[in-house]
Design a protein around this ligand. Structure first.
Ligand code: ZN
Length: 293
């Protein structure tokens, strides 16, 4: 930033205002843009309001006449009694998103522009070998655990907690960001879908909104102590590496209610919370849920 400042100062002296404008324009174009956008779509007599992050990892909330059906990714979307719905765009979502509205007995397509992101590369060395490539004796266990996680993520619950404001689940230092490509002990692995928040062991983890607890497991192979929360409409969140869990499956919990404590269980190099959010199988960026509200 300081280089840019110096450059701007220099230009100030020369007083070439139009160059300054071009520069600011270029800066705005190249810096990552996480601002929420509003979009109003009018199809015939139907008005559709969309608001959110039209970007990879983003969530968009919409509102329509409650009798209008909407389809996205082959799914007819759940709506609240007042016609609100949500759609999410995964880490690698293409530039175009196809949203369909059922109007006058036809599915009408509306294309949305989805901003493409560049992700960081994260190199982690010195992990125990069995944690990078699990030994065959653990494969069955991992498969079973992944199946349960997948089932939770496929839920389309009628609760409307997703329309509440999200807060950070714990305080700490961001030590890992959404989407980064991980190279573990020199091997390229699946991207990191969570936001990592480094905090001392035992730090409270609080529910970011109201939710229903769908998983409360002490010891999963990768994620150790793991809690999964259901915010409704296909949006679930995961809290990993917990040292203790203070809720149980089926609990309806309030916003800011304690769900557990930060730890380093499972595949972890130190105490931190790994926080993830999904819209069904689409991986979303938790940081976007906070910044723009
Ligand atoms: Zn993580």
């Amino acid at each position: 930033m300081s280089k840019i400042k110096t450059f701007l100062n220099l230009i100030e002296k020369v007083n070439f205002n139009y160059i300054k404008l071009i520069l600011i324009f270029l800066l705005l174009k190249t810096s990552p843009c996480f601002a929420t956008n509003n979009l109003i779509i009018n199809i015939k007599d139907t008005k559709i309001i969309l608001e959110g992050n039209f970007i990879q990892g983003g969530l968009v909330k919409g509102k329509v006449n409650k009798d209008l059906d909407i389809k996205f990714k082959e799914k007819v979307l759940r709506k609240t009694s007042d016609g609100s719905f949500v759609i999410g765009f995964g880490r690698d979502h293409p530039k175009e998103a196809n949203l369909y509205f059922f109007i006058n007995q036809n599915w009408i397509l509306k294309k949305l522009d989805i901003k493409q992101r560049k992700y960081k590369t994260q190199v982690i060395n010195g992990l125990e070998k069995k944690m990078v490539t699990p030994p065959e004796s653990f494969w069955d266990r991992i498969k079973k655990e992944n199946k349960v996680i997948k089932e939770v993520r496929s839920l389309d619950s009628a609760v409307d907690f997703i329309f509440q404001k999200f807060d950070w689940p714990t305080k700490g230092i961001i030590s890992g960001v959404f989407g980064s490509q991980r190279i573990l002990n020199g091997k390229p692995k699946r991207p990191h879908y969570g936001v990592d928040i480094a905090a001392p062991e035992g730090t409270d983890i609080l529910a970011p909104t109201e939710a229903i607890v769908r998983m409360a497991e002490k010891d999963l192979y990768y994620t150790g102590g793991t809690v999964m929360l259901d915010h409704g409409h296909g949006v679930t969140s995961v809290y990993s590496h917990l040292s203790s869990i203070t809720v149980k499956v089926g609990d309806k919990i309030n916003k800011d209610q304690k769900i557990g404590e930060v730890g380093s269980t499972g595949r972890s190099t130190g105490p931190h919370l790994d926080w993830r959010i999904n819209w069904f199988s689409e991986r979303l960026d938790p940081a976007l849920f906070i910044k723009n509200k």
